[in-house]
Design a binder for this molecule. Structure first.
Ligand SMILES: Nc1ncnc2c1ncn2[C@@H]1O[C@H](COP(=O)(O)OP(=O)(O)OP(=O)(O)O)[C@@H](O)[C@H]1O
Length: 282
């Protein structure tokens, strides 16, 4: 049997606080487990209020921090063993990240196309200028942009929504199988949020990319998720198929979640999202 895309097994992260006299520990991630299948791309949402451990968990999935205990496997390989530069580059070509604030992700003094060229040179076999540009243009077209549109532009010359789409295009350059998106729309103008959210759906459906979507936004979580886990104080308090969880919420936090979803659903029904989405090229 082929391994899962991702296995998070009994993962804990404990931060120590204070000095020798007043030492305390913060159990930021507490015994979290879930898996993503290799053959079924999905949007898997990690939802929870501020401080519930979402970003800490994301950091461990991205292998930028190690669990205190438990393990994380990507395609059957323990991330603990992904150490050499070669292994890390290989891992990063399969697992990419999109962060909250696109303006933080790009140096204001650096042209945005440079980031995409650099990703193509680092993570792909493209070596000639033509091949690199072709690869970058291909990735940009998957998010409804093109190299001609963004070439030579600096971050401040783009809207937050456009820049986040460039960040997603950069993540797509290596053809990853998993994107970890940590609050990817919370800093984007509300009118552009659904463009990015719909884009994740298209990446799942048309490119077979699985998305771990991290958020505290109940409405977009409901709209986009196939499965979700709800975190509170580091623990998973409820999880499973998104509609099932929301149809019969058990935990007080999930009940709050459901109430919020119902109120925004009503609003959406009255005022559907009309922003046109670009087709995603395969
Ligand atoms: N490097 C660190 N050192 C010490 N404590 C940390 C560190 N990183 C996170 N924490 C603590 O771990 C807990 C979980 O934080 P985390 O950022 O993962 O939560 P979150 O759910 O992502 O919150 P938010 O939605 O506000 O980003 C918090 O109590 C936080 O203060």
């Amino acid at each position: 049997m082929s391994p899962n895309l991702l296995d998070v097994e009994n993962v804990n992260k404990i931060f120590a606080r204070g000095g020798i006299i007043s030492r305390s520990v913060n159990h930021a991630v507490n015994n979290v487990s879930f898996s993503l299948a290799a053959d079924k791309p999905e949007v898997f949402t990690i939802i929870g209020e501020s401080g519930s451990g979402k970003t800490t968990l994301a950091g461990m999935i991205l292998n930028s921090a190690a669990p205190t205990s438990g393990r994380i496997l990507f395609r059957g390989k323990d991330l603990h063993d992904v150490r050499s530069r070669r292994d890390r580059l290989e891992f990063m070509s399969h697992v990419q990240a999109v962060f909250q604030n696109p303006f933080d992700a790009f140096n204001p003094l650096k042209r945005v196309d440079r980031y995409l060229f650099s990703a193509a040179q680092t993570f792909t076999e493209c070596r000639t200028t033509d091949k690199v540009e072709e690869r970058v243009d291909d990735s940009l077209r998957k998010v409804g942009l093109s190299l001609a549109e963004i070439q030579g532009r600096y971050p401040h010359e783009m809207s937050g929504g456009q820049l986040q789409r460039v960040a997603i295009a950069r993540a797509l350059v290596p053809n990853p199988s998993l994107i970890v998106a940590d609050e990817p729309v919370s800093m984007i103008d509300a009118s552009l949020r659904m463009t990015v959210i719909n884009l994740f759906k298209k990446l799942r459906d048309e490119l077979g990319v699985s998305i771990i979507y991290i958020t505290h936004d109940l409405a977009t979580a409901y709209y986009i998720s196939d499965r979700l886990i709800i975190m509170q104080e580091g623990r998973v308090v409820e999880g499973g198929d998104a509609r099932t969880v929301l149809a019969a919420p058990q935990h007080p936090y999930s009940i709050k979640l459901r109430e919020a979803v119902l109120s925004v659903e009503g609003a959406w029904r009255d005022e559907p999202i009309t922003e046109a989405m670009p087709a995603v090229a395969s």
